[in-house]
Ligand binder design. Structure first.
Ligand code: FES
Ligand code: FES
Length: 78
């Protein structure tokens, strides 16, 4: 399987407002942690993240997390 690009070896911890976000899974976006369309031509597609209430999320930037778009600490082993 195609491997995602490691955009960064630490998460993007962001305070997000309610809404729908698209997390970049390919690691190629210039607007990390979100998709900017750069996955075009790869086997990756962004992950839709629906946020119901304002909260802080640690978005995975290494793209190796086993917990979808959320950092699970895997970056520390890279
Ligand atoms: Fe990475 Fe869209 S740019 S998933
Ligand atoms: Fe990917 Fe932490 S940034 S697991």
């Amino acid at each position: 399987m195609e491997k995602p690009n490691i955009a960064d070896k630490k998460p993007a911890v962001l305070e997000v407002e309610p809404g729908t976000y698209y997390w970049c899974k390919c690691g190629l976006s210039k607007k990390q942690p979100f998709c900017d369309g750069s996955h075009s031509g790869t086997s990756f597609t962004p992950v839709e993240v629906k946020v119901e209430e304002k909260k802080r999320i640690a978005f995975c930037n290494c793209k190796q997390s086993n917990n979808s778009y959320m950092c699970d600490g895997t970056h520390s082993k890279l």
